[in-house]
Write a new protein. Sequence first.
Length: 354
Amino acid sequence: MAAPTKPIQILFVGAGAVGCFYASRLHSPAQNIHVSLVCRSNYTAIASSGVHLQTHSFGNYTFTPSAVYSSIADAASKAPEGGWDYIVVTTKALPDVTDDSEDIAPLVEAGGDGKSAIVLIQNGVGVEEPHRKRFPKNPIVSAVTIISAEQISQGTVRQNRWTRISCGAYSDGLGGKTSAALALCKRGDEAVNALVNLWKTVGDIKDAEAYSEVDLQIVRWHKICINASMNPSAVLAGGIGNSEMSLDPDLREHLKACMEEVFDAAPKILGKPFPEKLAKPELILKSTERNTGGRPSMLVDWESGRPMELEVILGNPVRIAKRHAVEMPRLQSLYALLKSAQRQREAKKKLAKL
Ligand SMILES: CC(C)(CO)C(=O)C(=O)O
């Protein structure tokens, strides 16, 4: 790729495993592409020696970001002239705990009216809406990844398997039903195509994919099959990984039934079937068998005492389905059980502090 004459400035908010991996596949100062990170607990490690990546797909390497910030306020106070072209949010989607759109507002404002594209690489459904409401003029890129990766120590990220990232614009969730939404969708599509092209050419991610707005929502629901079955079950099954679960006959039957629930519900909600090219439950389980060592993010969060992405992975899908008169009883049970477990744990933590 010929180096752009104007620098491309990209900021990742969230330097966990997913953020560090995809940031490292875009950063290329020689090609005038400058990627910076907003870190939290791993700030000191990354600011002093970068991110060490141990990857299944690209070997081992170190990624030294253009700048490392200790907070959003720190980044906003040192924004490049004209702000960032892309602000990529890779934090956990926890609408019950924080409003990401409010958090990133100082970064978006640094770019001026409607300039920065907001990229959301997050699990679940319904994650775009708060950003759409707060930033009516900014293009939004909604992105779904199936990567299996973990931060094994501060600043060291291990990618176990898979690189696929699917991106689509988000205007009104329907592909632009008014002229204003259609204009936003067009700008979103441009941002999607440019970013996917960078991941492919600079980052060598062959399965970075561009989708239309509605088709990307289908991909989000397909990912729900995986996240809503594997992630909560790994916690409730006592802390075991996806491969082990898919090899256990009873758990496999349960996982498959959860996935089938989503497979039945999603086309009724979206008014469109899942395309043939998206893997069916049996194939997802088969390919998960090989991902030994891969542990779902929800299990990692639960074991570290952090809040889990229950609302975007279980709560929103169950509520959206109900609005379409579709019941998802297995997902509803997983949601109710884990929400209660999380509440009990938080109550115990509060008591212990008294
Ligand atoms: C690894 C994978 C694909 C499924 O559990 C995931 O998305 C997650 O853990 O959040």
